[in-house]
Design a protein around this ligand. Structure first.
Ligand code: ADP
Length: 383
């Protein structure tokens, strides 16, 4: 018995040295659920030293709720003649030494050593992955909300433009009628005058309502904060480039060594980026070497940051290029043609500019600028 134990510990030591380098945590327990081996990564993610855990029940690595379930499971396993219980990877909660819990992916394999059964659990901490997924979901929801709002504003502004002329005409016709009525007499004239005057006022008010909607979105109630440009761009790219890899698009990022800080409404600027990225990926649909470069650089003596999105698509025909940022310009059958005009509204409301260079032989580059926040300005905001 002693020799078999010696052999086991020798073999454990060997296994341990191998598993030191495996990124997953590894925990070996025996048939009773007693921990026999605890890898370096397990130490790191659970916060226990091996000597604190080895010899105790593995259930103490689980949150309270899961412990009873685990007891039942161990009882059932001991009674079972069934060999090779291998659970496929499943997601469960684990508990650290400090009592905090975290999501993990756990995979359990079985081995036999001199008549005894051992269970090896490979555990991967999912905290980062879950945080990333949650962040992406949050971003997506914020963006969906913002893009509806901005699209509404953009439609409003176009409508205001298109409808204002007829509304002005209506108002001036009505004013003309009022003048004629001034010179008329009769029992209904006063009532008619009032009605015509009210109608003219309403026509003006209709134009005002639409104008206000636009103001609200363009300049109004949006919150601006100091943001790290690189982080903002990377997040937007994670959303805007979904599916791009599968289409064979190669992506390159190029940022200054020190990422610029900008004061922006993050969601709106991310919306601009996503629009540009999606347009670029769509444009490279048939490109032989689809390549997308996202670059940020500090320009104009450090006062501005210029972000550029370059693609190797077919370029933009001159007749489209000249009215690219005008609403309802589209060459796509299912396109609305408001994306770029929304981009312009947003960038201009941040005090920047947006433009495109296009060469059919090379592709298209969209650029936009934002005010660069001086580091000194951050340090002493009152100056
Ligand atoms: P939509 O995508 O709904 O058409 P946009 O305002 O985003 O609306 O784009 C307007 C038009 O500009 C597109 O229909 C397309 O013809 C052109 N365009 C935009 N980006 C690119 C690009 N990267 N390469 C080629 N054409 C582009």
């Amino acid at each position: 018995m002693k020799t078999s134990k010696d052999k086991l510990s020798r073999s454990e030591a060997h296994l341990r040295s191998i598993l030191e380098t495996v990124p997953d945590a590894m925990i070996v327990s025996d048939e009773m659920g007693i921990v026999r081996s605890f890898s370096a990564t397990a130490e790191h993610i659970f916060g226990y030293r091996p000597e604190e855990v080895i010899g105790t029940d593995v259930k103490f690595l689980m949150p309270q709720k899961a412990r009873e379930q685990h007891d039942d499971f161990v009882r059932h396993r001991r009674g079972s003649e069934e060999r090779r219980i291998v659970t496929p990877g499943r997601i469960a909660m684990a508990q650290r030494k400090d009592g905090s819990t975290f999501p993990m992916e756990v995979q359990v394999g079985e081995m036999e050593w001199e008549g005894e059964r051992y269970f090896t659990a490979f555990i991967r901490d999912l905290t980062d992955r879950q945080n990333t997924e949650m962040r992406m979901q949050e971003l997506q929801a914020e963006l969906a909300y913002m893009s509806r709002l901005t699209a509404m504003g953009e439609m409003g502004s176009t409508l205001a433009h298109e409808i204002n002329q007829p509304l002005t005409a209506i108002a001036s016709y009505l004013n003309g009628c009022g003048l004629i009525l001034d010179r008329m007499e009769g029992e209904h004239v006063a009532m008619l005058k009032l009605a015509v005057h009210e109608a003219a006022e309403e026509a003006l008010r209709a134009g005002e309502v639409i104008r206000q909607l636009r103001e609200f979105v363009a300049r109004g109630e949006t919150e601006h904060r100091i943001e790290d440009l690189q982080r903002l761009v990377e997040e937007a790219s994670a959303l805007g480039l979904v599916g791009a890899k599968e289409k064979g698009v190669q992506v390159e990022f190029d940022f200054p060594q020190e990422s610029p800080q900008v004061i922006v409404n993050r969601v709106q600027i991310q919306q601009v980026l996503i629009n540009l990225l999606r347009n670029a990926v769509e444009a490279m649909h048939d490109a032989r070497n689809p390549f997308l470069a996202i670059q940020a650089r500090v320009v104009q003596d450090g006062t501005l940051v210029q972000v550029s999105v370059r693609d190797t698509g077919p370029g933009i025909p001159p007749e489209v290029l000249s009215k690219l940022f005008t609403p309802f310009t589209t060459t796509k059958t299912s396109g609305m043609g408001v994306g770029l005009s929304i981009c312009r509204t947003i960038v201009e409301s941040h005090g920047g500019k947006i433009w495109a260079d296009s060469d059919p032989a090379v592709g298209t580059t969209f650029h936009f600028t934002l005010r660069n926040l001086d580091v000194e300005e951050v340090a002493s905001p009152e100056s």
